[in-house]
Design a protein around this ligand. Sequence first.
Ligand SMILES: [Zn+2]
Length: 487
Amino acid sequence: MGILAGGVMLMLAARLPCAAQAVQQARPGIPASTPSTPVVAETRAVAMAREAEGWLAELIKINTSNPPGNEQAAAIYVASVLEKEGLTPEVLEVAPGRSAVVARLRSSAVAEPSKALLLVAHMDTVPVDKSRWTVDPFGAVIKDGYLYGRGAVDDKGMLAANLAVFIELKRSMAHLNRDVIFLATDDEEAGGDASIRILIAKYWDKFAAGYAINEGGNVFVKNGKVQYIGVQASEKVAANIAVIARGTAGHASQPTKDNPVVHLAAAIEKIGNYSAPVHFTSIARRYFEGLAPLEDDEIGKWIRSMDTADRGEHAKRVVSDASPLWNAMLRDTIAPTVLTAGVANNVIPAEARANLNVRLLPGNTIDAVMNELNKLVNDPQVRLEVQPNVGLAAPPSSLESDFYSVITKVTSQGFGGAPALPFQSTWLTDSAQLRLHNVQAYGLVPFPLAQEDLKRMHGDDERILLGAFDKGVDVLMKIVTDFAVTR
Ligand SMILES: [Zn+2]
């Protein structure tokens, strides 16, 4: 499919009232309706997903790269889509030019926040390096069945899917057993002064809820099949440490032993080779238990052996080496990210610095990491300093809640019987702040995504297979319907 033709087709598809035609054009990755599914419901879901593709394309075209974010433009667009449906969204200003959107479908005259369900997605994206993209990152280009654009997966895809579910509940006049609240947040990627922390401080009453579904977990595809659904119930905590080496500034023609560049490099080498001890959180334990039978015999055997006395240490090494994700789910990680030193080619500087990005398992402390690193570096010329804004650990969401049961049941049915496993993300989401406010928040981007496409989030040529998007909208619809609609 050509680029232009694709764009035109998308616009047409978004307006197609004829569901039959939409089904005919089933995309790669979405199975055609099976005989056991009621045709009416299926075609309606497909038509809804097609409409949501149009919203996703429009959202991609609104550049919300953070910094600076400028999410207000996206907020106004989202509010206009909701208003067309007769809904009454509120655009909440969090900082100048930066807003969130909230809208509510009521189940009764008196709100019961502890029962309410929140559909969360963020409107901002990470920036792009345009020179490394093969298409316009804000052009919403369709190529080979994929919609390309910054935010296609993270997180405008989920934003459009949430819109579709929310609007479908309104259109079908669904009989709700709890309030359903739509929330589009801003400043998620930077987590700064316009983030959900501030939004909650200013406007909590407008979206207080007992349950939430948000990004954070994924439908993992391996060899073209859904391997498992990772439902995020917990996340790691971020912190930064500065490594500062000091020495005597001088002429580079007469090198000295106390050159801070050399001392910094030695410290970074030691830190780079360090592995923090393995610690199983309750979520990670359940994840690996569920994962072992899904992997091939060899790695499955090592996953099962991690907890044994005799082979445990070796098994932890094998599993950690097999996957950076597994490694990071098992321990605190420390990644050197930024180096700063030097003023001129012929001057030995007085100072050299590095930043370490630390991801703590929830429950572990930055002080313990500092202790270990100080022992390891052991150089009087090098000082370590914890940087401001260490994240707060939130309690994990319950794996016994009704909503968790619904998510695992419905997704497993929706993805060919693949199991749903509790997932502890190594990345941060808005859910940590929600969990700190007693919300049972679960992370699931509902689109089946291949490794190759997962890697493009925050990278170049971010894209989503339209068939996968449609499928995700359908599954999300079923999750929310099962939990919030009385039949
Ligand atoms: Zn995101």
